[in-house]
Design a protein around this ligand. Structure first.
Ligand SMILES: O=c1ccn([C@@H]2O[C@H](COP(=O)(O)O)[C@@H](O)[C@H]2O)c(=O)[nH]1
Length: 477
């Protein structure tokens, strides 16, 4: 079961968004455990914490640094801790000291050998560092956006309070992984920071940290960080509570306090005339996140762009960029796959150059052969018009990126037909609309598109990525 399903099962079963940090820190260990060697004492304490809390939390978060600080016995203690956590409760390994050149091997160790479900990571080494962790489909990463350390302010608030670095981390990291793959870690005592992150990432799970320092106001923190359905936020059990002999009672009391606020949010939402949370979730475009991510990596640009035909359009779509962003590329492939899997064909053909990676990705996913019509025929060598092997009489589905006039895709399809192949279906990611599908039909092709320009502009406008003026300019097109 993946991290997300495990987490949500526990949230609903244990009725809790609380998680427990498992920190074998000798300095925090209660005096009552000090009778044997340090490792045995810490182990007794950790066992007590797990047994007292397992029915009242949604996740455990062992901190690797505390285990490492104890040397080899510490790493053995970590293995015992991981094994002692009931298997239905997800484990988030707090390991923010990973480095770029070790991330691939570290990801393999923690996810496949240690069997943890999620990991916290620092964002500063960028997507290159995070990507090796994202290739594990059942696992999740939490990206550190802010910490409550006073000394971190100078960096986190840079360059201005209006556009601080920690919010740029949120925006950037949202492009690295889907909401199921990537959550955000927000350490703060300030509910405003949490509210800003929630606003920037309404769809992400936020793991709150350090909220108890300075006697933080729980209600404010919950109001700021919970999403509209009273979820999306993980709250740490206070460190000093873990030293209490009455841990089980205290944690249940805290859980009840938190759930009261959560229920208030859900009730407010359902009794109010506009129960926005559910309405927005239900009405949200199924590819809402993907559209925003494509916009954020500049695949969708607004301005005046001259097309091949000489016409000037108020936007330009450059889907060639997706190949540099594996997780977005993967989502784009899935969206094509939903259409292509329902068609009948012998081979796929990509239109060069832009759609060759997409057609290749689909061919690999669907286990089907691929060919492509050359853009220009070479004057030397085999002088082939079509690359790849095929038999005349076979049926080919053509894959392209965007339909504007339909000229380029039909030229490609015609080359395939001239080699004795049958082409009935053309699948693209974006349909510019304005009758281009009818034009394909008039030429004997069925056009299928994942998205239309209107769907894209509507999502971008609703999400505030484009303003009213830009939206109107686009819809007047
Ligand atoms: O925003 C755009 C517009 C065009 N392209 C490229 O052009 C063809 C589609 O144009 P047709 O007029 O339908 O031939 C498309 O395959 C792209 O290569 C684009 O990328 N983005």
């Amino acid at each position: 079961m993946n991290f997300f399903d495990k987490l949500h099962n526990n949230i609903s079963q244990n009725k809790s968004i609380l998680f427990v940090g498992l920190d074998p820190n000798p300095e925090m260990m209660p005096a009552r455990y000090q009778h044997q060697d340090i490792i045995s004492n810490l182990w007794s304490w950790l066992q007590f914490i797990i047994s007292e809390t397992a029915d009242f939390v949604c996740a455990y978060k062992p901190t690797l640094g505390f285990y490492e600080a104890l040397g080899i016995p510490g790493l053995e203690l970590l293995q015992k801790t991981l094994a002692a956590i009931p298997s239905h409760i997800p484990i988030i390994l707090d390991a923010k000291h990973g480095d770029l050149n070790t991330s691939t091997i570290f990801a393999r160790t923690v996810f496949t050998e240690w069997g943890v479900d999620a990991i916290t990571l620092s964002p500063y080494t960028g997507q290159d560092h995070v990507a090796p962790f994202l290739v594990y489909p059942d696992k999740t990463v939490f990206i550190l956006c802010s910490t409550s350390n006073p000394g971190a302010e100078a960096l986190q608030q840079y360059p201005s309070k209006e556009s601080p670095l920690y919010l740029q981390v949120v925006q950037e990291s949202k492009n690295w992984g889907t909401p199921e793959q990537l959550g955000l870690e927000v350490g703060t005592t300030n509910a405003d920071v949490l509210a800003k992150v929630r606003q920037a990432a309404p769809e992400r799970i936020i793991m709150a940290r350090s909220i108890w320092a300075g006697g933080g106001n729980l209600k404010n923190i919950l109001d700021a960080g919970l999403n509209n359905s009273g979820n999306g936020l993980l709250i740490p059990v206070p460190q000093d509570m873990l030293a209490s002999q009455n841990l089980s009672e205290e944690i249940q009391f805290l859980r009840a306090e938190i759930n009261q606020v959560r229920e208030g949010i859900v009730l407010d939402g359902s009794s109010c005339a506009v129960w926005l949370p559910d309405v927005s979730a239900v009405n949200q475009h199924p590819l809402h996140d993907l559209i925003l991510q494509l916009y954020d990596i500049d695949c969708i640009m607004f301005g005046n762009f001259v097309q091949a035909s000489g016409a000037v359009f108020p936007y330009y779509i450059d889907l060639r960029k997706i190949i540099s962003n594996p997780q977005i590329f993967n989502q784009v492939l899935s969206s094509y796959e939903e259409i292509v899997k329902n068609l009948t064909f012998d081979r796929l053909a990509g239109i060069p150059y832009g759609s060759l990676p997409t057609a290749t990705g689909l061919a690999l996913r669907l286990h089907c052969p691929m060919i492509f019509p050359r853009k220009e025929v070479k004057a030397h060598g085999t002088r082939k018009l079509i690359e790849g092997n095929f038999h005349a009489g076979e049926t080919v589905v053509v894959i392209d990126d965007i339909l504007i006039s339909g000229k380029s895709v039909m030229e490609g399809a015609d080359k395939l037909k001239s080699a004795g192949l049958n082409v009935h279906d053309i699948v693209v990611f974006i349909d510019h609309e304005q009758g281009v599908k009818d034009k394909l039909q008039a030429n004997g092709y069925r056009g299928h598109a994942v998205l239309t320009i209107s769907e894209i502009t509507t999502v971008l406008h609703q999400a505030g990525r484009i303003n009213d003026e830009q939206f109107l300019a686009l819809t007047a097109e």
